[in-house]
Write a protein that binds this ligand. Structure first.
Ligand code: NAD
Length: 265
């Protein structure tokens, strides 16, 4: 493990452009369950509630489930060490871009700037009538489904439902990152969700080295990953940070240690 972390740090320090590709696993230590696996959301809820056609036909039932999954507890989640280390890497010019499949806004809350959301963001709510976008915190979910205060249209979380297209900005930024990257670091994704799952394969074809961090093997392990580091994202990223940032987190004067303590990780 230590040897793999040193090798990964070496690749990252030499890389001219690095991209992080993140999935639900990076947010598990923030208390947000992933979709798949024993404790995954799909063991409890029917994925149909996130199909756009079902949502349009049954907005009240769909919103009841969506509220329970994404708004009753997502709001309390805070970035963990893995999010914070990525933000610090960007500040130190060791990371060019994050492409995330997550919709929880935790990369931005950790301080990352170059974040491209492949599947949108649950912290925004959009009107399907006039396309006005509201911060989710400004929308009351006391009566469901919520409607637009301007036009009365149906409101929908501004994340990508099954059957909807991927936002163009994220698509463009992802393809560009895949072609530009010397190193792509994949954190906490099964690689099951199309078309996002293609980004690491595109990067590999364009010559990028692939580092993967996951508690379990994924579609990338043993296929395109040059270095697979098995374990929880928070602990592994903290060890990687120590290698990358030269001084240990305990002695760091630049703020990361303070941030980590603030977030109680
Ligand atoms: P997934 O649920 O399919 O898989 C999660 C992956 O994370 C698995 O490979 C698992 O082994 C790994 N993992 C679990 N705990 C981990 C940890 N502590 N550290 C490192 N890895 C860990 O998630 P996915 O592949 O990202 O795709 C599912 C889709 O679900 C995404 O497109 C995303 O939009 C959505 N989703 C998002 C959130 C979120 O925003 N936090 C949560 C659930 C689902």
């Amino acid at each position: 493990m230590e040897d793999k972390i040193k090798k990964a740090a070496d690749l990252l320090l030499k890389s001219r452009f690095t991209t992080a590709f993140t999935g639900a696993g990076i947010s598990v230590e923030s208390g947000i369950p992933p979709f798949r696996g024993n404790d995954g959301l799909w063991s409890k809820y029917d994925p149909r509630s996130l199909e756009i056609s079902w949502f349009m036909q049954h907005p009240q039932e769909a919103w009841t489930i969506i509220k329970e999954i994404f708004y009753d507890f997502f709001e309390e989640a805070k970035p963990n060490k893995a999010h914070l280390v990525l933000a610090e890497m960007e500040q130190r010019a060791l990371l060019g871009r994050i492409i995330t499949q997550n919709i929880d806004n935790l990369h931005q809350e950790a301080g990352s700037k170059e974040v491209y959301e492949f599947h949108g963001n649950s912290k925004r709510i959009i009107c399907l009538g006039c396309h006005r976008v509201y911060p989710a915190k400004d929308i009351s979910l006391a009566h469901l489904p919520p409607t637009c205060r301007e036009c009365g249209g149906l409101l929908k979380p501004d994340f990508v439902f099954f059957g909807e297209s991927i936002p163009q900005t994220a698509l463009g930024a992802s393809y560009e990152a895949a072609s530009l990257s010397d190193v792509l670091i994949i954190i906490g994704t099964t690689g099951e969700v199309m078309p996002a799952n293609q980004i690491p394969f595109m990067a590999k074809s364009a010559g990028s080295k692939i580092i993967e961090i996951n508690t379990e093997q994924s579609n990338y392990t043993g296929s395109i990953a040059d270095i697979f580091i098995q374990g929880k994202a928070g602990g592994i990223m903290e060890k990687l940070a120590i290698e990358l940032f030269t001084t240990s987190l305990d002695n760091d004067q630049d703020g990361i240690n303070q941030d980590l303590e603030i977030h109680g990780q």
